[in-house]
Design a protein around this ligand. Structure first.
Ligand code: ATP
Ligand code: MG
Length: 557
């Protein structure tokens, strides 16, 4: 991966550097890119890569990047999506300033350019049905055909006008670019550039009943906005000659250059908006922002930082070959970031009571502890200690297995930052379940130090039963049990991991977390990184999401 990165990372930058240099096609021009999402869903981590490439490339060259809603399809796009897309891009840390556009604002110009093509003899109205068109498309040895190709310009102009006026039903005719019916590139075999579709559009209403096809609309949108470099994903590579043909043959104000890069795929998840929508609509997840979703709002809610996501997209680089990145690499990037920035705290997820039997009942003392072991500037906080604590139930074993170094009768353990205690026994309920653990503390070991230098192997985290907070903690795992849920024999929803969400209702948090605000992130010692839920957490109902565990499973190879 490292090598691939070195070779490929900057091919877009290399192209642009050549283009804007003296003698290049865009010599002296300011680099201008765009991010063109279709507002029919929320942005996912794949989009984040495109956002970083589009905005990041402009940034690198001191240029600018537009945000454009690619809404030429008259489907039920929703303002909810538009607002969410804006919010996600801002959250990632990018700014389109005042350059926010809708592709549908250009419908009139697009229509004008289509008329221009007809007038130049470069487009014609074709009356083949979709089925016939497939039948007549030819193959590698035979060209496509259309009996309407040579109809007089006047006739096409008239029919196109009547198409717009609504005289014909859906599918009755199309406008096709007159390019090359024998082209080895099927995208160039007189592609359809307008179709009839009697459907309201969320912004233009019923004004239009003909809509431009993506391959015709997109280059026009780019040209009208003065885009110099139109960065897109690999599936458009074969369409580049058509993109170039459109900007060459219309009287557009500029001629942008399309450069393609590989889509990002990640294992154990799905990325198509259609599938993500299905997960939401069929209630497999709680919403687009379910923390298991690969959407930006889901990842944000889970505890991802914009920095971690940007570092991830930087490190995977851009390439000309589609590939799948390990989910564990994404987690690795998050862990790297949170390790530096998340304050430490103590939380007990599966509590059992520890009673320090020789500690006075009415006494409470406080220990001042660092918020971060490497960042003194992050300050300290006070944690309180008293006779009854909660510890993790797994930190006690009545009959320890070999090498177990935590609490078992007779063993000494460090209660993190507080005292050394020696376990004296436990109490069990009728089913044999441990309900209380007993220990005695050594008053000489305040702060967890041993003045006589004796070795204490185990250190455990804890909270003070007197003032700890109750919380719900949500543990997440991969949403799918298989690496490629799209590629299996069964429908992808059949591979949903039933254990992808485990809710723990009875967790105990140290008191300082009472001030945690939505999206505050912490390292819960020995557990992982957790984030206060931005929807369900409140002062009297704390809810934390596990963003990622402590252990890094990512291996560079
Ligand atoms: P989906 O297949 O998820 O519906 P899309 O390509 O239809 O995705 P758009 O809203 O059209 O979604 O995408 C906006 C931009 O983001 C496009 O330029 C597209 O190429 C890019 N993009 C989408 N998915 C990915 C991905 N997985 N990796 C990189 N870029 C992507
Ligand atoms: Mg798309």
């Amino acid at each position: 991966m490292e090598n691939e990165k070195l070779v490929n990372e900057n091919f877009i930058h290399r192209f642009i550097t050549e283009d804007i240099a003296e003698g290049g096609d865009y010599a002296g021009q300011r680099v201008h890119t765009r991010f063109p999402p279709e507002p029919n869903g929320y942005l996912h981590i794949g989009h984040a890569k495109a956002v970083c490439v589009d905005f990041g490339t402009a940034e690198k060259f001191g240029g600018i990047c537009n945000l454009r809603m690619d809404d030429t399809n008259p489907t039920k796009e929703d303002v909810e999506y538009v607002d969410a897309i804006k919010e996600d891009i801002r959250w990632l840390g990018f700014d389109w300033e005042d350059r926010f556009y809708y592709a549908s604002d250009y419908f009139e110009q697009m229509y004008g350019y289509a008329v221009e093509l007809i007038e130049k003899g470069l487009a014609y109205v074709c009356e083949l049905s979709g089925e016939q068109m497939r039948e007549y498309r030819g193959d590698l040895s035979a060209p496509a055909t259309s009996p309407y190709r040579d109809r007089p310009i006047e006739e096409s102009l008239d029919l196109f006008k009547r198409m717009r006026a609504g005289e014909f039903e859906d599918g009755r005719m199309t406008l096709r670019a007159k390019i090359d019916l024998a082209s080895g590139n099927f995208a160039m075999r007189d592609p359809v550039i307008y179709r009839i579709n009697h459907m309201s559009h969320h912004r233009t209403g019923d004004k239009w009943c003909i809509y431009p096809m993506y391959d015709f609309a997109h280059p026009i949108e780019d040209a009208l906005e003065g885009i110099t470099h139109s960065l897109c994903t690999l599936e458009f590579e074969a369409h580049r000659p058509l993109y170039d043909w459109v900007v060459e043959n219309i009287s557009a104000p500029c001629k942008p250059r399309q450069i393609e890069f590989a889509r990002l795929g990640i294992n154990n998840t799905v990325m198509s908006k259609r599938k993500l929508r299905q997960l939401v609509e069929e209630n497999f997840v709680s919403g687009w922002d379910d923390p298991r979703m690969p959407t930006l709002c889901g990842m944000r809610r889970r505890g991802y930082t914009p920095e971690a996501i940007r570092s991830f997209t930087d490190q995977i680089g851009v390439s000309k070959v589609n590939s799948t990145v390990e989910y564990s690499f994404l987690e690795h990037c998050l862990r790297d970031d949170l390790n530096e920035r998340a304050a430490r705290a103590m939380a007990v997820l599966d509590p059992v009571k520890l009673v320090i039997t020789n500690y006075p009942e009415d006494k409470t003392e406080e220990f001042e502890v660092e918020n971060h072991p490497n960042h003194p500037e992050m300050g300290t906080r006070k944690v309180s200690f008293s006779r009854e604590l909660y510890i993790e139930s797994t930190d006690f074993m009545e009959e320890p297995f070999k090498k177990y170094q935590r609490l078992y009768p007779g063993n000494e353990v460090r209660i993190k930052s507080a005292y050394i205690v020696k376990c004296t026994g436990c109490k069990k309920d009728d089913n044999g379940k441990v309900i209380e653990v007993y220990a005695e503390y050594d008053p000489e070991t305040r702060g967890g130090n041993t003045p006589d230098g004796r070795k204490v192997r185990g250190t455990i985290h804890w909270v003070n039963a007197k003032d700890c907070l109750n919380a719900e903690v949500r543990l997440y795992d991969n949403l799918f049990t298989v690496e490629d849920p799209d590629g299996g024999e069964k429908d992808f929803v059949e591979y949903i991991n039933p254990e992808s969400l485990v809710v723990l209702k009875n967790c105990k948090l140290e008191n300082s977390l009472k001030n945690a605000k939505a999206e505050d992130r912490f390292q819960f010692m020995r557990q992982g990184y957790f984030c206060a839920d931005n929807k369900d957490s409140s002062e009297d109902n704390l809810v934390f999401n596990r963003a990622v565990g402590l252990k890094d499973s990512f291996k560079r190879n």
